[in-house]
Design a protein. Sequence first.
Length: 206
Amino acid sequence: MESAVVKGSGGSATKLQGRDFILIAVFGVLFFVVMLAFSLVFGMSAHTMWFTHSVGAIPSGIIWMYLFSRVPKRGAIFIMGVLIGLLGFLMGMFWTGPLGIVVGSIIGELIMGIGGKRTPTKLIIAFAAFVLCFWIGQISLIYLAGQSYVDMVVGSGMSLEYAQQLVDFVYGPLVFVAFCTTIIGSLIGGFLGKKLFKKHFEKIVS
C-alpha cells in the first residue's frame, strides 16, 4: 500500500513551522529559477515558447516532490504558489500567468485534501494540475487580449514577427500538442521525483 504523506488532520505534525517556511521559500525560488531558465531558452523561438512548461516540468517536478516530501503539510503548496506567482509578476510576467500559478496551487491543495491522506501519487497529480494552470494562465492572455497581445509583446522589446507567431501558435493545432505534453512532462517530473526521494516518503508515518 502506498505510504501517506502525512498522518491525520490535526496536531503539530500537520502545522507549518518556521523551518517549513524557509524550505518553501528556498525551493520555491529554485523552482522559479529553473522554469525561468527554460523560458529563456525555449523563448528564443516562438515555435518552442509554449513548450517551456512541458520540458521545464521535468526538473521542476523533482524539486516539487523533494520539497513536499520534506514539508507534507496543508497550505504548503498554496504558499509556494503565491511566492512563485509574486516572483513572476515582479519579473514582468503578464498578470494572467501569476493568476494561473495561484489558481494551480489552490487546485493542488484541493487534490491533496481528497480522501484525507496526502499520498505521493496525489502529489504528482497536484503537480500536473499546478503546471497546467501555470501554462493556461500564460496563454490565456492571448485569448483575452487578441491582437492587442502583439502590441504588449512588442512593447516588451520583442519583434512584431515573434509576437505574431506566439499568437498564431495558440490559435493553431500545435497548442493541443503543447497542452498534452505539458501534462506528460509534469507526470514524468513528478514520477522521477517520487523515485529519487522514495526513502523520504517511506519515512513518513501513515
